[in-house]
Each structure stands twice: as structure tokens, then as C-alpha cells.
Design a protein around this ligand. Structure first.
Ligand code: HEC
Ligand code: HEC
Length: 475
């Protein structure tokens, strides 16, 4: 008898295979997508005094202001308001689905061309260059747009001829690293988590972490040693400092903390420097005395944490099971569910639980996510565990916004199996040249500390994976 399948039985087998495939595709866990309903974010933290509320709303208005050239915008900038980049799902958040950078490029007669990584329906991005032309490390933000040609330019600024840098060429050569805006909800709570709590949290569950290959370390401020915690690499120590830096780097508005213009050509200056100072209104009234930078910091400090949903998506039981799965596979070993704030003078922020889902530490994430930028003690492939509160209403994920799919965001945590093993970041290299040599010679990375946790996730059955995704979108 001839071995093998008859045409008929082969057809049945193929049908069964097709059926099995479609069943597994239909039952594979999928990102439920943006959670509908109220944003659950944007309100002030509960319990502010009347004066603090006034400062919150005053700060919110300043955060929303669109700046023009007469306010000092530029000469180089990424967008013209804080709110423009921090707007979704409501003021204070992250990148909206439609990118305002695509239109600001040619606003008011400007002739900026869009770099290839800025698209109408992609995330808002800022660009850092990894290296200077001489091969030394750069790592700084290069603002995308120039004010040249804008009709609101007056005086000498009308003659500004600053040109955009060659972003397309730098991008082609692989020298550009991108970052999307992080949401600013609940940051007063984050600012008030004591350093000792962060250190103790990092040391907790040591055995479990060691088994899974998770270590991580805190990034610190060079001058006073305080634990830095803001930004994708936990590179900044306070909301005031971040506000000063963002005002300058994103909008080109110099201030008392960051006084150097983004382009020093005198023909391109639109306002006396620093553009924004305290007491500029010349009034003794306290609210009028504050600089914009102080107002931004107060607004974000008093901005409440995002409120999770207990039922959407997938129902309460699925969300509860999902949270258990999140803990049991090991996500919570980096994404610490909550920490308590210190006793502070602001009652609304004092001894409160911050459900941030982060340890605020930086971890090696392997070559897939590495951006080859060193900031303080955070190396080329190290990132701060991204806080997950508010995830239910986030459009873009990961530091460069490379995906809008939660499943992808999880899978991209896994990368690198070998590597040279030696530290290749600033802490392990004596000089910049060493760091660069290490990076270029080894890929510059270690395997991701999340590899085993992601393997655990992949070993869950698809129903549990779906619960976990529903839990994430409930946040
Ligand atoms: C062009 C878009 C853009 C504008 C305009 C902008 N930001 Fe941001 N913001 C970002 C990006 C990108 C990051 C992440 C930066 C990083 O980590 O390197 C960020 C991060 C932050 C963070 C850190 C939050 C955290 O979770 O650690 C704060 C605070 C912040 N911005 C405040 C401001 C303030 C205040 C303004 C206005 C002065 C502002 N931003 C304007 C893009 C923008
Ligand atoms: C070793 C520590 C670590 C572990 C374990 C870990 N994460 Fe993360 N997670 C990070 C870091 C660091 C980032 C930021 C990476 C980046 O942006 O490049 C991140 C980012 C994310 C993001 C994107 C958030 C955003 O703001 O864009 C999601 C979603 C996420 N993690 C979910 C999970 C889930 C679910 C698990 C468990 C299956 C998990 N993570 C395990 C460290 C970890």
C-alpha cells in the first residue's frame, strides 16, 4: 500500500490546520485599545487649600499658553506650548494622536521641512544626536524647527536666517535618538517619594529579582546626590528643573534656570534674555511675581494622579485576575505598584499612596530598545521603568513611541541573549572615548533585564494574557 495522504485526506488536514490557525489567531490576546469614558485625569490632587488651587489653575493657564516670537519663542524650538506636547487624554498628558508638530513647522509663514520621523499621525518627538561630528558623545536635544521667515518676527528677528539641522541625514546615519512626551499626572506625588523608600524598594524581593535577572539602579543628581526621577532615563531631580529645561529646550524660551539661547546669532533674538524672569510684571502681588517656570512646576506638582477604571475594559473580574498575573510573572518587580510619599508641608501630597507602577530606577533593556544616550548614571541601554498609571488612555508607547500596541510594547522588552557582559555605560568606562569604544565594539548593551519576565508572560495561556492586557488598559 502506498504511504501518504489521499487528496481528500490532505484537504481535510489542510482545512484543520487552517481552522487551528484561525482559532489561535482569534483567541490570541490583543490590546483592547484606548479605554473609553471619562479621562480620569487632569484634576488637581484632592485636598489642596484655596491658595494652592489658585496656583494650580494659574499654572495650568500658563502651561496652555501658545508662545509667540515676542515672548522669546525660538530661535530653535520643537513646539510652541507645554500643553501642545502634553495634551492627551487631557491637559498635562502625553502625545495626542494627531501631531501638532506637523503644522507648527509651517505656521505663520515658516518654511521648516518635516524630518522623516515626524508625521501627521505619529507621536510628538524630540531628537537627540548620539555623537558630535568629531566622534565625541553628544546626547543633547537638537530642536527641530527655526523661526526664520515667520511673519510675527519683528526688528532684527525679521532678518533671522537660521536654518534647520540636517535631521534627515543624521537620521539616515543612525545618529538620532527619539523621545516622546511622558505624561505629567501625579508628579507631585512622584517628587515626594523619599530617596530612602526608593532605595529600600530596589533592595526588596532580592531573591526573586536575582532569579529573574533583574537588578537596576537609581540615577542620581551629580551635585547633591539626591535620587533623580523625571524623564525617560530618570535624568532630572525636580519639577522646577524639568520646567526650566523644557521651556528652553522644547520652546527656546530662556529663563532663570536655563539662560542660554538655542541659537546665539544676535540677528535671531526676539526678546531680551532670559526671556522669562520672576517679577517681570513689576508687581508685588505674589501670583504676578512668580516666573512661568515656577508656575509650571506648581501646576504639575498639584496635578492629580490618573484614576483607574475598576470595570473597563473586560470587567472587574478580568482586571483583578490581570493584576494577579502582572504580579506573578514578575512585571511588578520593576513596575512597583505603589509607594508612599514623605511627610511634607503640602497636606495634599503628604503621606499619600502613589500608585505609579514604577520603581523609578533604570534597567538595562538590551539592544532593541537601547538609544545610545548616556544621562548621568543611566547608560546607553538603560531606561527608567516607565510608570504605568494612565496607560488606559495612552496612544503611543516606549521612549520613542515606536508602537501603539500594548502587546508589542511588552514583547519589545525582550532582547539580547549574549553580549560581552561588561558594563558599557558611563559608570563602567573611564572616559567618553572608552564608552564609545565599548558601545561600538559590543553593541554597547547588556541583555534585557526583563527577558525572563517576558518569557513568563509568553508562557501564560491567552486568557491570562488577555486579563493582563485588560488590567493595563484599566489604569
Ligand atoms: C515638543 C514637545 C514638548 C514640549 C513643548 C514640552 N515637553 Fe515636556 N516632555 C517632552 C518629552 C519628549 C519628554 C521626555 C523627555 C526625556 O525624558 O528626555 C517630556 C517630559 C517632561 C517631563 C517629565 C515627566 C516625567 O514623567 O518624568 C516634565 C515634567 C515635562 N516634560 C514638563 C514640561 C513643561 C513644563 C513644558 C513647558 C515648559 C514642556 N514639558 C514642554 C516633550 C515636550
Ligand atoms: C526589568 C524591569 C522591567 C520588567 C521586568 C518589566 N518592565 Fe515594563 N518597562 C520597563 C522599562 C525600563 C520601560 C521603558 C522602556 C523604554 O521606553 O524603552 C518599560 C515600559 C513598559 C511599558 C510602556 C509604557 C510607556 O509609558 O510607554 C509597558 C506597557 C510595560 N513596560 C509593561 C510591562 C509588563 C506588562 C511587564 C511584565 C510582563 C513588564 N513591563 C516588565 C521595565 C520593566
Amino acid at each position: 500500500m502506498k504511504l501518504g495522504f489521499t487528496t481528500a485526506s490532505r484537504a481535510v488536514l489542510l482545512t484543520m490546520a487552517g481552522w487551528a490557525l484561525s482559532v489561535s489567531a482569534a483567541s490570541a490576546a490583543a490590546d483592547p485599545g484606548l479605554r473609553g469614558g471619562a479621562p480620569g485625569a487632569g484634576d488637581p490632587v484632592p485636598g489642596l487649600t484655596a491658595d494652592q488651587s489658585t496656583l494650580f489653575f494659574d499654572g495650568q493657564a500658563t502651561f496652555a499658553e501658545k508662545e509667540a516670537l515676542e515672548d522669546g519663542l525660538g530661535p530653535r524650538f520643537n513646539l510652541d506650548s507645554c500643553l501642545g506636547c502634553h495634551s492627551f487624554p487631557v491637559h498635562g498628558g502625553s502625545s495626542p494622536p494627531v501631531n501638532p508638530q506637523a503644522t507648527v513647522a509651517t505656521d505663520l509663514g515658516a518654511k521648516n521641512v518635516l524630518p522623516p520621523f515626524i508625521t501627521a499621525n505619529g507621536p510628538i518627538r524630540e531628537a537627540r544626536f548620539q555623537f558630535l561630528p568629531n566622534g565625541q558623545r553628544d546626547g543633547g536635544v537638537h530642536s527641530l524647527f527655526v523661526i526664520s521667515g515667520r511673519v510675527d518676527a519683528t526688528g532684527t528677528a525679521a532678518k533671522c536666517t537660521a536654518v534647520q539641522e540636517d535631521f534627515a541625514g543624521q537620521f539616515r546615519r543612525g545618529n538620532v535618538s527619539l523621545r516622546i512626551p511622558t505624561p505629567t499626572y501625579g508628579l507631585g506625588l512622584v517628587e515626594n517619594i523619599p530617596d530612602t523608600t526608593l532605595t529600600a524598594n530596589l533592595a526588596a524581593n532580592a531573591q526573586q529579582k536575582a532569579q529573574l535577572g533583574i537588578s537596576g539602579h537609581l540615577n542620581t543628581n551629580g551635585n547633591d546626590g539626591r535620587v533623580a526621577r523625571f524623564g525617560w532615563k530618570a535624568q532630572n531631580v525636580s519639577l522646577l528643573l524639568f520646567s526650566g529645561e523644557a521651556y528652553n529646550v522644547e520652546m527656546g524660551i530662556t529663563n532663570e534656570l536655563f539662560q542660554t539661547e538655542r541659537d546665539l546669532n544676535p540677528a535671531c533674538q526676539t526678546d531680551a534674555t532670559p526671556n522669562d524672569i520672576s517679577g517681570k510684571e513689576g508687581l508685588a502681588d505674589a501670583a504676578m511675581t512668580l516666573s512661568d517656570v515656577e508656575k509650571f512646576a506648581l501646576y504639575m506638582r498639584y496635578l492629580g494622579a490618573p484614576m483607574p477604571s475598576t470595570t473597563a475594559p473586560g470587567g472587574a473580574a478580568s482586571i483583578t485576575r490581570g493584576q494577579q498575573a502582572f504580579n506573578s510573572v514578575g512585571c511588578a518587580l520593576c513596575h512597583t505598584p505603589s509607594m508612599t510619599t514623605a511627610t511634607t508641608k503640602v497636606g495634599a501630597l503628604s503621606n499619600k499612596t502613589a500608585t505609579l507602577y514604577s520603581d523609578l530606577a533604570v534597567h538595562h533593556m538590551g539592544p532593541t530598545l537601547a538609544d545610545n544616550v548616556i544621562q548621568g548614571a543611566a547608560g546607553p541601554d538603560e531606561f527608567r521603568t516607565a510608570p504605568l498609571w494612565g496607560l488606559g488612555q495612552r496612544v503611543f508607547f516606549l521612549h520613542d513611541g515606536r508602537t501603539s500596541d500594548l502587546v508589542q510594547a511588552i514583547q519589545l522588552h525582550a532582547s539580547g541573549s549574549g553580549g560581552r557582559g561588561g558594563r558599557s555605560d558611563a559608570a563602567g568606562a573611564a572616559t567618553d572615548a572608552d564608552a564609545i569604544a565599548n558601545w561600538r565594539g559590543s553593541g554597547g548593551t547588556q541583555p534585557s533585564e526583563a527577558n525572563r519576565v517576558i518569557a513568563n508572560f509568553n508562557n501564560l495561556n491567552s486568557a491570562s494574557q488577555q486579563d493582563l492586557l485588560n488590567f493595563l488598559r484599566s489604569l
